[in-house]
Design a protein around this ligand. Structure first.
Ligand code: F6P
Length: 506
């Protein structure tokens, strides 16, 4: 965790950097466009349009190194119980790489590899049963990552199954799926680490009845007993472990839907990309480490420049789901206001993360990004080689990405205040050579590790999520009132009571 001295230094750098515009800093530092860029395999990063000078960046990197980040990363990869409030190891890295040095970490990796083999066996069983469609039921980390990967990589689809996702407890999708699909050719995957998530159990119960064949109901869970109690057959249960956080679980059997849609070779490539990023994070010097650049710039934007929102804007429709996935990875991990030791944080932590695919967004919220009062640092993500056969369209998309990053940073003066572009709005650009499974794996792992580094700078636990519990508890206690089984009385919160009355007698 960074100390008072570190934060004073950050503020001193901020005063100096604020005195100059981004454009001035870029012009004043010869070769900055290259010096602030890095290439890691198929990923190229350009950080030149962040509002920070080379002196500040070098000092942040030195401070990060001195703060013990290497040992902290090692502790994670080795399976130490760094998720203190839940007393758990954090070993999602073992799902894709074997870079731990302890018996626990190696065992976790062996278990993960064995689960992949088990998964392949189940795919074979589904194929021989003539299954055509699969509904993957899960929410949060048991939904967003797999949904993103399958959407992004649909060109690689070799798995042979049609995959449908069901997340919300809103019954609309249940109606749609049960109307459109043939139950005799459908399998249901109940994806829930805890097997205690009400949305998944409510949807799962309906689908289980609709299928009327337990041989086609599967559970992906760390809680075998609860799955068995739900009448899932024991050989239809695929494991995950308490050392995999939900939002970090896309590398596990949680992504069974991805395996069914894309096939195992593509999924293994995806894991390979994340393994490349694991190695890069652990081994690259801090000044060449894309994860550390990314994390430091996020902290800089949050704490030095006081920007409370960040955006992820992919200029590729296949990555449309990326902002939603990263919202959970970032905000569920870093949306904390006390440190690991239970002290109040001295610095602001997670920004609000927003985002959507770039080209359509230019025609909706980019007005705010260009001329709004609040400044929103952006990660633009582009793909150099398109996944389609329309070169003119692709050139247009790339030109727009370039134009937005440039105009946000440099702005444009005008005698008419309405037409003035203030500029000085920071962004990074990440270019993927091509949207392959490997490149996507690298990209997602980069953000995961960046979140880890940010949490260490702030001294918070990135791996728990106690903030989601209270709402769940109150919802459970209100169910009897909403169902009309109990009458609201004075014990209920007065506003909830009034709203309840409107719901029951519209
Ligand atoms: O309520 C939040 C959360 O616990 C997330 O952290 C998690 O990804 C999601 O719910 C789903 O949890 P589970 O996989 O246990 O159903």
């Amino acid at each position: 965790m960074w100390n008072t001295q570190d934060w004073h230094a950050v503020q001193a750098h901020a005063r100096r950097c604020r005195a100059r515009s981004i454009e001035d800093i870029v012009m004043a530092e010869p070769g900055r466009a290259q010096a602030f860029s890095r290439r890691i395999g198929p990923l190229y990063f350009n950080f030149a349009r962040q509002h920070i000078d080379a002196e500040a960046m070098a000092d942040l990197q030195r401070r990060l190194e001195d703060s013990g980040i290497r040992g902290q990363a090692r502790a994670m990869f080795d399976g130490h119980r760094i998720n203190a409030s839940e007393d758990r190891a954090v070993l999602h890295t073992a799902l894709r790489s074997n870079l731990g040095t302890t018996p626990e970490a190696h065992q976790a990796h062996r278990d993960a590899m064995a689960a992949l083999d088990q998964l392949e066996g189940v795919v074979g069983r589904l194929r021989t049963k003539g299954i055509t469609d699969v509904i993957s039921v899960g929410i949060g980390g048991s939904d967003l990552g797999p949904r993103l990967v399958l959407n992004a990589l649909s060109e690689y689809a070799q798995g042979g199954f049609n995959v449908h996702f069901l997340s919300s407890a809103d019954g609309m999708y249940l109606d749609r799926y049960t109307a459109a699909l043939d139950p005799s050719k459908t399998a249901v995957l109940l994806v829930s680490k805890s097997f205690n998530t009400q949305e998944t159990l409510i949807n799962g119960a309906v689908l289980k009845n609709w299928l009327d064949d337990p041989s086609r109901v599967f559970a992906i869970t760390a809680n075998r007993d609860r799955a068995l109690a739900f009448n899932v057959r024991h050989d239809n249960i695929l494991p995950i472990w308490d050392w995999v956080g939900g939002r970090f679980s896309v590398w596990s059997a949680v992504a069974f839907s991805v395996v069914l849609g894309l096939g195992m070779p593509a999924f293994r490539e995806f894991l390979g990309g994340a393994a490349d990023m694991d190695a890069h994070f652990l081994q690259a010097p801090v000044e060449d480490n894309a994860v550390m650049w990314q994390a430091l710039l996020s902290v800089w934007n949050r704490n030095a420049l006081d920007y409370n929102t960040q955006a992820i804007i992919p200029y590729d429709e296949r990555l449309e789901m990326l902002p939603s996935h990263l919202q959970q990875v970032l905000m569920e991990s870093l949306g904390k206001s006390v440190t690991v030791d239970g002290e109040d944080c001295t610095q602001a932590t997670s920004p609000v993360l927003m985002g959507a695919s770039g080209n359509p967004s230019q025609h909706s919220f980019f007005q705010y990004l260009q001329q709004g009062i609040g400044i929103v640092p952006i990660d633009f993500i582009g793909v150099v080689k398109s996944g389609h056969c329309q070169p003119a369209n692709h050139h247009f998309i790339l030109a727009n990405l370039l134009a937005q990053a440039q105009s946000l940073a440099n702005g444009q003066g005008s005698a008419d205040p309405q037409k003035r572009y203030p500029g000085n709005r920071p962004s990074s650009v990440i270019l993927l050579d091509e949207l392959t499974p490997r490149a996507l794996g690298m990209l997602l792992a980069l953000y995961e590790h960046s979140v880890f580094v940010q949490s260490k700078i702030w001294g918070i636990n990135a791996f728990d999520q106690w903030g989601v519990e209270l709402g769940k508890q109150i919802a459970t206690s209100l169910m009897p009132y909403v169902e009309g089984r109990e009458k609201a009385d004075d014990a209920l919160d007065p506003v909830t009571r009034e709203l309840l009355a409107r719901m029951l007698t519209p």
